[in-house]
Design a protein around this ligand. Structure first.
Ligand code: FPP
Length: 244
């Protein structure tokens, strides 16, 4: 079946503007097959590539994927190295894919603890794709939602101290400006795979009014059809943002 046929039944005029994906279940996918965890992450990267390709057709304007949290540094050294090597693959080997397809690449997260070589490649990729108009891919990497808010508060405090900002003028809009990439809209829909039903420190500020979609599918098995199912479910829901 052509990937375009999958769009049947989706109201393209009412797509979520920003979808966040918590790609969970790589380890369990591997364990079920008696494989090392790395094989699960490798298949997880392929699943991500499938969704990136498919988004060239469906065109959700902003896609944010949770690739590596600050908590993930507590995993064993070998698994961390393997995840870093997959990150390098995504950033380096797909460089021309992102530039040619018109995908703007953004990193969300801190730079501490991350290998200098990876940081340099991220900067180059962000620079090379900054004019990308088809969609924006944000990769949450060395990311923690609480840390993002704490670091915003620290930056804001500096501006108050320097006299650029008065305490009385601080509003939600002000704080938003100190988050990573303030131009990003709130997340409309969060998809989490593998049956876990948690937010796990993902994009805390921007998920305040998100619709949450949980599926039992393990991330490496996640296909275009599953993505479409989540979008359709989102479109069937009524969003009230606290109003009656
Ligand atoms: C969660 O599965 C997944 C991750 C911590 C990493 C997500 C990574 C990818 C999809 C591959 C691409 C990687 C990068 C860095 C770009 P889990 O390992 O927690 O699975 P489990 O809960 O079944 O053990």
């Amino acid at each position: 079946m052509s990937k375009h046929n999958l769009l049947e039944g989706i109201d393209l005029s009412k797509l979520p503007k920003h979808v966040g994906i918590i790609m969970d279940g790589n380890g369990r996918w591997a364990k079920k097959r008696g494989l090392p965890r790395y094989e699960g992450h490798k298949e997880g990267l392929k699943a991500l590539e499938r969704i990136l390709d498919f988004n060239l057709i469906i065109r959700i304007p902003y896609l944010t994927v949770y690739a590596f949290s600050r908590e993930n540094w507590q995993r064993d050294k070998r698994e961390i190295e393997e995840l870093m090597s997959l990150a390098k693959h995504l950033i380096n080997d797909k460089f021309s894919y992102f530039t040619q397809k018109g995908i703007r690449f953004l990193h969300l997260g801190e730079t501490d603890m991350v290998d200098e070589e990876i940081l340099k490649s991220i900067k180059e990729l962000e620079e090379a794709t900054k004019g990308g108009e088809i969609y924006t891919l944000c990769v949450a990497f060395n990311y923690s939602g609480r840390y993002e808010i704490v670091s915003a508060v620290k930056k804001m405090y500096e501006d108050v101290k320097q006299g650029f900002l008065s305490v009385e003028s601080i509003s939600e809009e002000t704080l938003k400006k100190y988050l990573y990439h303030p131009d990003l809209p709130d997340i409309d829909l969060v998809i989490r795979t593998s049956g876990e039903q948690r937010i796990s420190n993902f994009m805390l500020w921007r998920v305040a009014y998100s619709e949450l979609y949980f599926t039992e599918v393990l991330w490496p098995d996640f296909k275009e059809e599953d993505f479409v199912r989540a979008i359709k479910e989102y479109q069937a829901r009524e969003r009230r943002f606290g109003k009656a």
